[in-house]
Design a protein around this ligand. Structure first.
Ligand code: THU
Length: 138
């Protein structure tokens, strides 16, 4: 699957966003090393705190299905009803969740580049010097 195709899957997943409080809809498409696809959207809550980001929805779906090896994730977000082109970078909690399961040197995060294209970062670029399983001897 190409980076553009993965971003298209993220856009499709974004249509399911449940974001009645922020009205900011996010979609994510996570590709495993084995080529399986897991998508996610943000899911908000009246109590605010329980809300979940699109990236973590995708990761938790995948991990709960037994997946442990991930290649890349595409993320797209913006005001509900719009067709966003601006970059929507993962929040700090989502970067920490990625750090648990992904190699900072090779895992890729694909984002909108603001010009209608896709730009790729490694997890290490967006989350340098992170705390991970190795710190606990894992
Ligand atoms: N959100 C995500 O789902 N992913 C991101 O990368 C940034 C923020 C969600 C959380 C919340 O539902 C809404 O966007 C506004 O913060």
């Amino acid at each position: 699957m190409t980076d553009i195709q993965l971003m298209e899957e993220a856009k499709k997943a974004r249509k399911n966003a449940y974001a009645p409080y922020s009205n900011f809809a996010v979609g994510a498409a996570l590709l495993t090393e084995g080529g399986a696809l897991y998508t996610g959207c943000n899911i908000e809550n009246a109590a605010y705190g329980p809300g979940n980001c699109a990236e973590r929805t995708a990761f938790f779906k995948a991990v709960s299905e037994g997946e442990r090896s991930f290649a890349k994730i595409a993320v797209v977000g913006g005001a509900e009803g719009s067709d966003p082109v601006e970059m929507c970078a993962p929040c700090g909690i989502c970067r920490q969740v990625m750090r648990e399961f992904c190699d900072p040197e090779s895992f890729e995060i694909l984002l909108q580049d603001g010009k209608g294209g896709v730009v790729s970062f490694t997890l290490g670029q967006l989350f340098p010097h992170g705390f991970g399983p190795e710190n606990l001897g894992r």
